[in-house]
Ligand binder design. Structure first.
Ligand SMILES: O=C1O[C@H](COP(=O)(O)O)[C@@H](O)[C@H](O)[C@H]1O
Length: 827
């Protein structure tokens, strides 16, 4: 076989990640090939050369010293590397292979890549690749990749390129989507290796093999048998020296969107039956799960922050930049919209400065066994039966007899001990009362009870009541990741589709993140303030915080503001609250209206405006609206931008679909999209899309009366796409829909319902949120409302005046009170 030559460029080569994990992982890869002992990839006996470059912004002399320090203190020889003297010699050799490049400008990349190419071309017969590992902050991704793409033309020399990217990949769905789009313009999906080091932890890589080896277990992994799944990642450390990073991230972005969501997919996915094409079948199965996750909601999310957070953050970042409410702890209950897992709570929990360091997944089974006779004996028998069976089969399984008493089993569960915690080594533990497991070759059974700390009770049971197995290969996660990249295997990496779907799960939580006061806890949570209970779809902290519960601040100020806001605005009903509170309240009112209309006439017609204001409302509706109603609901658009409807993120329909429609059972034939894009012709007057839409309305609603219309308010007083001074404001009663040209610069052409149509609605709600609406609300109040000459031309919203229907203003505190930070108003 021809030799292989891997050129590794480690950007951020002297950084934290490189120091702690990456150089060791690269050394492991090097040693596996140099001295193939102890788990070396057997097939790789052919020569495999490495050229190692480190890149960074420091001056070469400084960086070289740092690299030396890393090699002296962080890269270690271990048993797996064979003889220690040989290993030490190899370590020296490895270090001499590393060349550092200071990278600022495009030309620096050019020089580095030329040098790499020279090295790779030394052996013309070798199969060559370049592996660019970006162990750098996200702000460096784009410039680094652009320079690399522009300056490094490896393709001409038949050198394949792999790009390894660390998290975070974006801050939310939109930014991740943008970044992915840019990446995919430069590289192919198969070239991208997005790391999630949890996917490479030894127990985690064994979840699917373990499931596959136990087909009887598969029959139990569903809503009939599983009570709940706990996915925990507890840490004792704080944010340490990463405050400037963590300040923008918080715990949800840091570990929920990636590690914990990925772990959930591995438990929840339908094990592919077609084992011939495993990686792509697993990819598809994971995507299916991610599509079915019902996004987290406010009531199913608890947030916390350790007491010293802001104090410690202030040592690293300017106080004015500190995000005071950033959570360092969260507990979130997710559920899946799938027949297999419907209503099974997946409890995801993670936090810093907690009482112990422990990462595990625990599948807890329902207690479905009902004993009728000889129950005391049955309990005794359950506890012993597995042992008896084991004695009978011990020859086959080589399971030794236990010498100790096996106490009564209390819970049927499987615990995947990913790291730390009561297990001293990574373990998969399964209650003996559940099943006698089979193990794949990658796991070996552990009989020694010393592998867990006995003084602890073991997740509500005794260690002896479990079968335990540990991965044969317990390599560090980064060592596994590097090996997988070298081997070109992407199963333990995150694809673009997975990344984006995972962000969608969390966008919702991120939306209320900045305005939700986390519960404050002391390091180690000695007062157990973070313990919580599951009540239906809600999570609640178990104990009231006597001392300083941040959550109390909100109700008090809420009451204060409630007292200050009147019940009417411009003579019509006004509902005030936080923007989240308003979304909940409006969703509830829409739901009640739907219930009553469906009960009386079997159908409910609702029209939504676009923009960002209704997003929270849609998210609330998607969660709270019982699915049986949606089949009777017709969804209409108040207005739409003349853009490519399905593809353009400016399109109102696109957002409506992303936030609401795809999550509910509304029949597609009930979604009435404005025909702004007909075969690529955008609001072409010849096609008369506005008249078509008006005809659909006449057809579906002969009395032209919508049951509910949700409007917004622009800072200039516009509503729907009826802008100040627009001729559309003068539409006669026969013109139900029209096209206007007066929108803002980015999307001036819009299709919109007209005032005569809106004013026929049974219920109209105007949703106004955000501080930038304070000015227009003041102007409207100053105008005194009412229809005076010219006032509608100036403030189109004042033309909304349903003749036979109700009009309610939903105005949030920020819009009503302006800039004041209402959470801390009393400080
Ligand atoms: O990705 C991350 O994980 C670490 C914890 O990883 P572990 O392998 O030590 O369990 C966490 O501390 C960090 O905040 C997060 O970014």
């Amino acid at each position: 076989a021809s030799p292989r030559h891997s050129g590794v460029i480690l950007l951020g080569g002297t950084g934290d990640l490189a120091r702690k994990y990456l150089w060791q992982a690269l050394f492991d890869a090097f040693m596996r090939r140099e001295v193939p002992v102890g788990g070396g990839e057997g097939e790789e006996q052919r020569p495999w050369m490495f050229t190692l470059f480190a890149g960074g912004s420091s001056h070469a002399s400084v960086a070289t010293n740092r690299l030396k320090d890393i090699f002296d203190n962080n890269v270690k020889c271990a048993d797996r590397h064979g003889s220690s003297s040989v290993c030490e010699a190899k370590k020296g050799e490895f270090f001499t292979k590393v060349t550092y490049f200071q990278l600022h400008l495009g030309e620096d990349y050019g020089a580095m890549c030329e040098s790499m190419l020279r090295s790779l071309n030394q052996d013309k017969t070798a199969t060559k690749e370049v592996l660019l590992y970006l162990a750098v902050p996200p702000s460096v991704f784009r410039p680094a990749l652009k320079n690399f793409k522009a300056e490094c033309k490896f393709g001409d020399d038949k050198v394949s390129v792999k790009i390894v990217l660390e998290k975070p990949q974006g801050q939310d769905w939109a930014s991740a989507d943008k970044l992915s789009e840019e990446l995919l313009k430069m590289f192919k999906e198969e070239q991208l290796y997005r790391t999630d080091h949890y996917l490479a932890k030894s127990v985690v890589t064994n979840i699917l093999p373990f499931r596959a080896a136990n087909p009887q277990l598969e029959k139990l992994l569903n809503r009939d048998y599983v009570d709940r799944v706990e996915i925990f990642m507890k840490e004792t450390v704080g944010v340490e020296d990463r405050y400037s990073f963590y300040n923008d991230m918080g715990v949800i972005r840091d570990v929920f969107q990636n590690h914990l969501t990925q772990l959930l997919t591995l438990i929840a996915l339908d094990l592919p039956v077609n084992l011939t094409n495993i990686p792509s079948a697993i990819e598809q199965a994971k995507l299916q799960v991610l599509k079915r996750v019902i996004r987290a909601s406010q009531p199913s999310t608890l947030l916390g922050q350790y007491a010293t957070y802001t104090f410690e953050a202030a040592k690293e970042i300017p106080e004015s930049n500190i995000t005071a409410l950033v959570p360092t702890f969260a507990a979130v209950m997710l559920k899946l919209r799938s027949p297999r897992w419907l209503d099974v709570p997946f409890l995801l929990v993670s936090g810093k400065k907690l009482d112990e360091r422990s990462s595990y997944i625990r599948i807890i089974f329902k207690d479905n066994d009902v004993c009728v006779s000889n129950c005391a004996e049955a309990d005794h028998h359950t506890a012993h039966s597995a042992d008896q069976k084991q004695q009978q089969t011990s020859e086959h399984h080589h399971r030794p007899h236990h010498q100790y008493h096996v106490p009564r089993s209390s819970k049927k569960q499987i615990v995947f001990h990913i790291g730390h915690g009561p297990a001293k080594i990574p373990l998969i533990s399964m209650s003996r009362s559940l099943l006698e497991p089979e193990y794949p070759d990658s796991l070996e059974e552990v009989f020694d009870p010393e592998v867990f700390s006995k003084e602890h009770s073991y997740y509500g049971d005794y260690p002896q009541n479990f079968y335990h197995a540990t991965p044969v290969n317990n390599a560090d996660a980064y060592s596994t990741l590097i090996e997988e990249v070298l081997q070109g295997r992407r199963q333990h990496f995150v694809s673009t589709k997975q990344l984006l779907l995972a962000w969608q799960v969390w966008d919702n939580v991120l939306a209320f993140y900045p305005s939700r006061v986390p519960r404050v806890y002391d390091a180690g949570d000695p007062a157990s303030l973070l313990n919580f209970v599951v009540r239906g779809d809600n999570l609640e902290f178990a104990a009231e915080d006597q001392k300083q519960d941040g959550m109390k601040v909100v109700p008090e100020l809420h009451q204060l503001h409630q007292a200050q806001t009147p019940a009417t605005f411009l003579g019509r009903r006004m509902v005030s609250g936080t923007k989240e509170g308003l979304a909940v309240q409006l969703a509830r009112e829409i739901e009640q209206a739907a219930e009553s209309e469906i009960a009386s006439k079997g159908v409910f017609h609702v029209a939504f405006s676009g923009g960002t204001t209704p997003v929270l409302l849609w998210q609330m509706l998607a969660q709270s609206f019982a699915s049986e109603y949606w089949v009777h609901v017709h969804v209409w658009q108040v207005d739409e931008r003349c853009v490519r409807a399905a593809a353009d993120t400016h399109s109102n329909l696109f957002q409506l679909d992303r936030q609401l429609l795809r999550f509910v059972a509304v029949p597609w034939s009930h979604v009435h999209a404005m025909p702004v894009d007909v075969a690529g012709r955008l609001c072409d007057p010849e096609l008369q899309g506005d008249r078509q839409y008006a005809d659909s309305i006449r057809h579906a609603l002969p009395n032209l009366q919508f049951d509910f219309v949700v409007l917004g308010l622009g800072a200039d007083g516009h509503t729907a796409s009826l802008f100040p001074q627009s001729p559309a404001l003068n539409a006669d009663s026969q013109t139900l829909v029209t096209v206007t040209e007066q929108g803002p610069k980015d999307t001036p052409r819009r299709m919109t319902m007209t005032l005569p149509l809106i004013n026929r609605a049974k219920r109209v709600a105007v949703l106004v949120t955000g501080v930038d609406k304070e000015g227009i609300l003041n102007q409207l109040e100053d105008s005194g409302g009412g229809i005076k000459m010219g006032v509608v031309d100036k403030f189109p919203i004042l033309g909304v005046n349903p003749g036979n229907g109700t009009l309610s203003w939903f105005i949030d505190y920020e819009a009503y009170f302006g800039k004041e930070d209402f959470f801390f108003a009393e400080e």
